[in-house]
Write a protein that binds this ligand. Structure first.
Ligand code: ASP
Length: 322
């Protein structure tokens, strides 16, 4: 029987509630040796023990390299479960989606309540992730996030509630599948993502901004080609910005800094519709790239990988049209 690899990285799912009611990292992983998953041979790896706000793209790259090597060198693996803090889980999931080559299931899960708190979702989510990662339905489905009986695609999933166990949603299209008591069903087709596999280090700087009324120039004025390679902006609506920030952004574009526009709305299409100062049409004419279906943090990771790989302007443009 093929084995399942479980990679722990930290987060609430790796922590315990203490007597004061606060949550802290625990020495022994609370999910190790769970009886609920004994029907699958599991090989556990404590890769990191980090709260997920401590995770950086460098950690994601190391994890991705490890998974690619593991799956290339071993034929007796059914799939991989990664336990992760929920705060940044969607970013690691998307990074792995863009950098892991194998069609085998790679499933991330986490918990909103540690395993010793009343109403914990840690054990249940872990058990569901194990079921999905060992199911044939999950092969060729991309990197998945399993939480609260739902299977989400890394591309769309996002944390929507600070504390509710039903926090992970895929706003544009909903979950890819659902976990029934006796079966796993995918209701939607997985859309393949381009892969960026020849990345060996993270050295580029990509900054993320969110548009707001009366947005100030002050931060943009500190950017230049010596400290910045790319910028992602969560713009208004279909992709519009306050006119005051446009001249400084145009200066940055002229220096060769790539600017990608996503929307601060979590549903709908980003497209250059408006032909006024700061309107999408004007931004696109200046050379800003519009992209859809991914949020700001994910667009930032994608741009980081493209710049890291040395992609030319046309390649970056077409990758964001994917
Ligand atoms: N702050 C925690 C983390 O992301 C939250 C969690 O895991 O649910 O590490």
């Amino acid at each position: 029987m093929k084995k399942l690899i479980v990679i722990h990285t930290g987060g609430t799912i790796s922590m315990q509630q203490n007597e004061e009611g606060t949550i802290e990292p625990s020495k022994q992983h609370p999910l190790s040796n769970l009886n609920e998953t004994k029907d699958v041979p599991i090989h556990e790896i404590e890769f990191y023990n980090l709260p997920s706000p401590h995770i950086k793209p460098e950690h994601m790259l190391k994890l991705s390299d490890f998974i690619n090597a593991l799956l290339a060198e071993n034929e007796d693996i059914a799939g991989i479960v990664i336990t992760h803090g929920t705060d940044t889980l969607e970013e690691t999931a998307y990074f792995l989606e863009l950098t892991c080559k194998s069609p085998l299931p790679i499933v991330l899960t986490g918990a909103m309540r540690p395993s010793n708190e009343i109403g914990t979702d840690a054990i249940y989510n872990f058990q569901c992730a194990v079921r999905v990662a060992t199911s044939k339905e999950a092969i060729h489905s991309g990197v998945l996030v399993v939480m609260n009986d739902e299977i989400h695609s890394a591309r769309y999933v996002t944390k929507t509630s600070t504390s509710n166990v039903a926090t992970f949603k895929s706003p544009p299209f909903g979950p890819l599948g659902l976990i029934h008591k006796d079966k796993i069903i995918f209701y939607q087709k997985y859309l393949y993502s381009d892969k960026y596999t020849e990345i060996h280090e993270i050295t580029k700087e990509v900054h993320l901004f969110k548009a707001y009324t009366g947005m100030s120039n002050i931060l943009f004025q500190h950017l230049n080609k010596n400290n910045t390679n790319g910028i992602v902006i969560e713009a208004f609506g279909q992709g519009n910005l306050p006119p005051d920030v446009v001249p400084v952004l145009e200066t940055l574009l002229q220096q060769g800094i790539t600017i990608v526009i996503v929307s601060r709305c979590y549903n709908g299409i980003v497209q250059p519709m408006y032909d006024y100062e700061g309107g999408g049409k004007n931004l696109q004419n200046s050379g800003m790239i519009f992209t859809n279906e991914i949020n700001g943090p994910k667009a930032r990771l994608k741009l980081l990988l493209l710049l890291q790989k040395g992609a030319a302007a046309e390649e970056i443009q077409s990758a964001f049209q994917e």
